[in-house]
Design a protein around this ligand. Structure first.
Ligand SMILES: O=C(O)CCC(=O)N[C@@H](CCC(=O)O)C(=O)O
Ligand SMILES: [Zn+2]
Length: 331
């Protein structure tokens, strides 16, 4: 049964049924943490939709959100009308309740990746699954929401990271995300080799990393603030027009610099619980790195997003961002 897929994937068991029927179509378990939903009939404009969660193993609310979506499909409360690939990312890290096991999976989505290890193997398996799914639905618009939660509080608890790519994000996406109570958008300034970046860069998909509150253990999540996001996912799988709100309700930011940890001896100069998007005045010392020296805010204030002094050497320790001009939302 479909609802068993999540549990079986997490337990490392192979679920009883590899495929079966559901209202409007069929499901098929394609592999560990990979579930394909195929409608019996769908309009030509329905997207090839990818919904992923658990790319970081301690980010459980998005897994619960996808569990509820699947339960509603299985109960016949939703009728499938959109080809959908549901992905659970880092299964071993989800079982361990940790962000990753050996290395951050969400930096590995790059063709030609030749690193060895569990997370690189998983990244290659997920890239192949995405390639096959989009190839199978080559005539459809492509959409990928990679669902996450953040380590700390945020001045905007729900926000979208818009990966860097040469393509322009369709304006409808801003309206749908605003309609799902997303509060802010952060445009990336450079290739980031994240999962959403993979779908956007290599497949021209509309793709986002969606940060949906704070990372908490299973059972501790309050899904109530995510109800509008649940409604968006439901509308997408049923191929109905989602709730839409003006993009003017979103705050837009762009990454100005990426702060990287280069030395073993590295520290951030502000408290660990500083919320995402906190602004720092010109001249403020943000970090000290034994190789790079002090990192200080330049002439214009900067806000800090995803600060984390405990990252691997060479990895991103924070994004430094500033307000961006809102895009034309097409209305
Ligand atoms: O809260 C944090 O510090 C990290 C939250 C997180 O996992 N964020 C993603 C963002 C991905 C992107 O930049 O698109 C990540 O770091 O992988
Ligand atoms: Zn994450």
């Amino acid at each position: 049964m479909l609802s068993e897929w999540l549990e079986a994937s997490l337990d490392g068991r192979s679920p009883d049924a590899k495929e079966g029927a559901l209202a409007g179509g069929r499901y098929r378990i394609e592999g560990a943490g990979l579930l394909e939903l195929t409608p019996a009939a769908s309009s030509a404009t329905a997207p090839a939709l990818i919904l992923s969660a658990g790319i970081h193993g301690n980010e459980t609310a998005p897994i619960e959100l996808l569990g509820e979506l699947l339960a509603r499909l299985e109960a016949g409360l939703l009728r499938l009308a959109t080809p959908t690939l549901v992905i659970l990312g880092n299964l071993e890290a989800i079982r361990a309740g940790t962000r990753y096991v050996d290395t951050n999976l969400n930096r590995l989505f790059r063709r030609g990746l030749d690193a060895a290890g569990m997370e690189p193997d998983r990244a290659r398996a997920l890239m192949s699954a995405v390639d096959a799914f989009y190839a199978h639905h080559a005539d459809r618009p492509r959409l990928h929401y990679d669902l996450h939660t953040a380590i700390r509080d945020s001045q905007y608890p729900r926000f979208a990271v818009d990966p860097y790519a040469e393509t322009v994000t369709p304006a409808t996406q801003w309206r749908w995300l605003a309609g799902a109570d997303i509060q802010a958008v952060l445009h990336q300034h450079a290739h980031s080799w994240t999962f959403s970046h993979y779908s956007k860069h290599y497949h021209d998909a509309a793709a986002f990393t969606l940060e949906l509150g704070r990372a908490l253990p299973f059972g501790d999540n309050d899904l109530a603030p995510l109800a509008p996001m649940a409604r968006l996912l439901e509308a997408l799988v049923e191929d109905r027009p989602p709730a839409s709100r003006s993009a003017e309700t979103l705050a837009f930011f762009r990454v100005e610099h990426e702060l990287r940890r280069h030395a073993e001896d590295f520290r951030l100069c502000f408290p660990d619980d500083t919320p995402n998007f906190t602004e720092f005045a010109p001249g403020t010392r943000l970090a000290e790195d034994a190789i790079d020296g002090p990192i200080t805010v330049g002439e214009r204030p900067l806000r800090v997003v995803f600060p984390n002094a405990a990252v691997e050497i060479g990895a991103r320790a924070a994004l430094l961002v500033s307000a961006a001009t809102p895009p034309d939302d097409g209305t």
